[in-house]
Design a protein around this ligand. Structure first.
Ligand SMILES: [Zn+2]
Length: 315
């Protein structure tokens, strides 16, 4: 009995205390107790930061450690939270096999572009906040028994916008893969071209696509993975050029936003038309693969595609 009372009190659940307190010290004492009661309630609701995350889909509170161990996927409803490029690489490649390329490449500011902040400051701020030099990590690695050229984008760096660094790093990765006869895997996420680099940013679409065309001429496989969200210039170039195009469940995928499309085409748009599930139904992508199964799927696809390649070479 005493334990129950203690537990209730420690949780800030006691609600009868003012009633049982003898009103001997007058109204002031009772008045002073009210904020205390309120403070106890808010203490109960205060969740220590960095311990729990609320799932935006099913509203379950998920323990952060559990979320990390589950590759940032809600254990209850399978909602896919954003995941950093480094965490993703860690979840996919064999231990200690990732050899990063062009790790120090950073943007210059050819247009002297200033919006709310000067572009060089924006880049430095994001570098400090994310520990990344730009919005993509590239390198050679092993996934299962396959040697692979892997590029992974990170939305937390200026919305993973496609600037000169992203374009150049991916182009070098693809060219290295062509030279070494390796498959390419690019895991995309992006808000589009990096407006602070203007035309130079748009040119990255052609450059990466051309590098992929040479890679394809060598009959080497390219797997493109679309994660939430993959849009605009990235979707309109290398992300949609995969021999196999995969997506994570629930990913938003598209070119322009729904309002722009509606205004331009004057057409009524179907609901959820920019989701991975809708695009799978309409043939734009080949498969939706949950994050936890991604590595195994890569291995199976590469087994198959490399087998096809060898068969083609033999015939
Ligand atoms: Zn959930």
């Amino acid at each position: 009995m005493a334990t129950t009372t203690f537990t209730k009190k420690s949780l800030g659940l006691e609600s009868t205390e003012p009633a049982v307190t003898p009103p001997t010290k007058g109204a002031q004492t009772n008045f002073a107790k009210k904020p205390k009661l309120g403070a106890g309630k808010s203490k109960k609701r205060d969740i220590p930061e960095g311990l729990w995350t609320k799932c935006p889909k099913c509203e379950t509170m998920v323990f952060d450690k559990e979320l990390d161990e589950n590759l940032k996927v809600c254990p209850k409803c399978e909602f896919h939270f954003p995941i950093s490029a480094r965490e993703r690489i860690h979840s996919l490649v064999e231990t200690c096999t990732f050899e990063e390329m062009d790790a120090e490449m950073t943007s210059v500011d050819p247009l002297k572009f200033v919006d709310k902040t000067p572009y060089p400051k924006r880049v430095l701020d994001h570098q400090a906040a994310t520990g990344l030099k730009d919005a993509v990590l590239t390198g050679l690695c092993k996934i299962g028994g396959h040697r692979v050229a892997l590029g992974v984008m990170d939305f937390s760096f200026i919305a993973a916008s496609l600037g000169s660094v992203v374009g150049e790093k991916l182009t070098r990765l693809i060219e290295r893969a062509t030279e070494k006869e390796l498959p390419v895997i690019i895991i995309s996420t992006s808000g589009g071209a990096r407006m602070q680099e203007g035309m130079l940013s748009l040119m990255q679409m052609a450059k990466t696509s051309a590098a992929l065309a040479y890679h394809a001429q060598s009959r080497l496989p390219y797997l493109s993975v679309l994660t939430h969200p993959t849009t605009a210039g990235v979707m309109a170039s290398y992300a949609s050029l995969g021999d196999l195009i995969l997506a994570e469940p629930g990913a938003m995928i598209g070119f322009a936003g729904p309002r722009v499309i509606k205004d331009t085409t004057q057409a009524e748009l179907p609901p959820d038309f920019q989701t991975a599930e809708f695009l799978l139904d309409h043939g734009l992508i080949d498969a939706i693969v949950p994050r936890k199964e991604m590595k195994q799927h890569f291995i199976e696809y590469l087994d198959f595609l490399n087998g096809q390649q060898k068969a083609a070479a033999a015939s």
